[in-house]
Design a protein around this ligand. Structure first.
Ligand SMILES: NC(=O)c1ccc[n+]([C@@H]2O[C@H](COP(=O)([O-])OP(=O)(O)OC[C@H]3O[C@@H](n4cnc5c(N)ncnc54)[C@H](OP(=O)(O)O)[C@@H]3O)[C@@H](O)[C@H]2O)c1
Length: 231
């Protein structure tokens, strides 16, 4: 079991369909939150107490800004949940370099960069016996790549592969890295693509149930959350 009460936890994408209910659940458990997204008013509208950091995580300086803000507010970082991201739709022919770079920067490189920059803080947390964790929300498409979503599938699969390798490195240091791969969830993500148009999709899971499952995994000490773990 992992303690959440009084832990300093960064939620990247806290204003999102998944991030908002997840931040609310963590707040209920007593976490001290740093809420990250591009838009300050959307972050405040979540209605959860916390330090608000409005940055674009595609920019490399954002990672240090997030870490500095959490350290200033709470003296350190005990956990990171990365639920910022976007999807792009389109055929192999249609997905432009510009869209692919944007997609990989947001969905793959940004969480990897933040983990690296936050590592000294996570090590301090481990040394203090505070069971630090990092959760990356990749997606079911990392396991089951989809036509018309080749770029998104690849960006998420790259993050999943990184997580599998990095988790083994970090375990030795007492830092738990969790890769979570939820199935389609009704957050409206598909209506905000970086490019293209969503195909017709079956009814997805509710954001509240997925957020609850993610928090349960953090609390219960799980190390990997495959798509099948969401019921
Ligand atoms: N919904 C699903 O079906 C589903 C399934 C599996 C995995 N996922 C993954 O779960 C994550 C969250 O998805 P969601 O459905 O909650 O999406 P969402 O409702 O669109 O939320 C995305 C969040 O990311 C933030 N964000 C987007 N671009 C950003 C940037 N450049 N810098 C900082 N923050 C940024 C958004 O805030 P701002 O726009 O204000 O910056 C928002 O808080 C994504 O990585 C997605 O791939 C979703």
């Amino acid at each position: 079991m992992s303690e959440i009460q009084d832990r300093s936890i960064v939620v990247v994408g806290a204003s999102g369909g998944l991030g908002a209910p997840l931040a609310a659940l963590l707040a209920t458990l007593g976490a001290r939150l740093t809420l990250v997204g591009r838009d300050e008013s959307r972050l405040r509208a979540v209605g959860v107490d916390g330090e608000v950091v409005a940055v674009d995580v595609r920019k490399s300086a954002s990672a240090q800004a997030i870490v500095d803000a959490a350290r200033r507010a709470y003296g350190g970082i005990d956990g990171i949940v990365n639920v910022a991201g976007a999807v792009a739709f389109g055929s192999v022919e249609d997905l432009s370099d510009e869209v692919l770079i944007d997609l990989f920067t947001l969905d793959t490189l940004a969480p990897i960069r933040l983990l690296r920059v936050a590592l000294p803080s996570l090590r301090e947390s481990a040394a203090a016996g505070r069971d630090p964790f990092v959760m990356h929300v990749s997606a079911i498409v990392a396991e089951q790549p989809m036509p018309g979503m080749a770029g998104y599938s690849a960006a998420k699969a790259a993050l999943m592969a990184y997580d599998a390798a990095a988790a083994r490195e970090l375990r030795r240091e007492g830092i738990r890295l969790i890769d979570a791969r939820p199935p389609h969830t009704e957050t409206g993500l598909a209506t905000r693509p970086l490019a293209g148009q969503a195909p017709k999709m079956p009814q997805g899971l509710t954001p509240e149930s997925v957020a609850q499952r993610l928090v349960d995994a953090i609390v219960s000490g799980e190390k990997d959350l495959a798509s099948g773990a969401f019921g």
